[in-house]
Design a protein around this ligand. Sequence first.
Ligand code: KG4
Ligand code: ZN
Length: 352
Amino acid sequence: MKILGIETSCDETAAAVVTEAREILADVVRSQTADHAPYGGIVPEIAARAHIEMLDGIISEAMAVADTEFADLDGVAVTGGPGLIGGVIVGVMTAKAIAAARRLPFLAINHLEAHALTPRLTDPVSFPYLVLLISGGHCQLLVVEGVGKYQRLGTTLDDAVGEAFDKSAKLLGLAFPGGAALETAAARGDPARFKLPRPMKGRKGCDFSFSGLKTAVRHAVEALPAGELAARDVDDLAASFQQAASDVLVDRTRHGIEAYRKLHPDGKTLVVAGGVAANTHLRTALAGLAEAEGLQFVAPPPRLCTDNGAMVAWAGIERLTLGLTDGLDFAPRPRWPLDPDAPKRAFAGAKA
Ligand code: KG4
Ligand code: ZN
């Protein structure tokens, strides 16, 4: 089985061809970072237009690299949501056109499901596993019980952790999106110099909160002598922030492991997925936690943590194997919770 996967829900235009045997025959990702950099954040209209301009070429490139004709495909998978709706529409319309023209099965994939299933593309991970899903838009602990079967244990009450990385990086004068740049600066810095808060640490349950941490970074910057954010300060603040974020994530995940074990006493695996899972410091901290808890730890390679088409193609393979295809009347979804039964949170107005 060979599937084309398309991803356009945020600021990466991506296409990949993946087989049932876990071979990634092609994985082309074009980041729009440079298009959005002047604005210090992602501009949805610019993203949608860039997806329209780039997507056909990126699909052709992926098909060429994979040495595959449309006639050789067994299906077309595309992120159907959640995400910036203009971009999602571009991907879905393109995927539908290919599926209709070639009479191929069409698979609308939940972007979070694509992140959550990625470890099964790279490693022999069996259900049920616990996943810490951390990206620019999401921060959740989920038990993955099977394809389409998710229990959300906790989520963020305000910012996603990737958002906190990006906003803190911006305060430190690092270019958007600053997550990876903040990690580079942190490697040179002293994590003990600035005393930053650990929001939610030690609290019951598995929810997160990051807006207070970001605010504390702002206060720390403001407390420095006026206009003097020296390189040393940037590195030390980056290291202090990264340490605080990772302490919180480890603490919340420890609570997640408890809840996971209550649901599945024989559960064996902790997984980390999503863009922030590319962070080496955090991967090491989570690996330590898993070891202490006697769990197997799986983290996909960094390039499969940030948005890509291979994860969408793989989720398509998982769904097609179970016969879970979608109709061409599928409507793109700006919001699409993985676990619709999870407690509703007061998101409205919570964002800083
Ligand atoms: O999964 P992703 O590519 O897009 C979303 O679905 O949101 O995640 C992007 C997020 C951004 O916030 C980015 O700054 C963050 O992942 N990120 C990192 C690192 N690499 C990417 N955060 C911390 N350390 C990194 N090395
Ligand atoms: Zn993502």
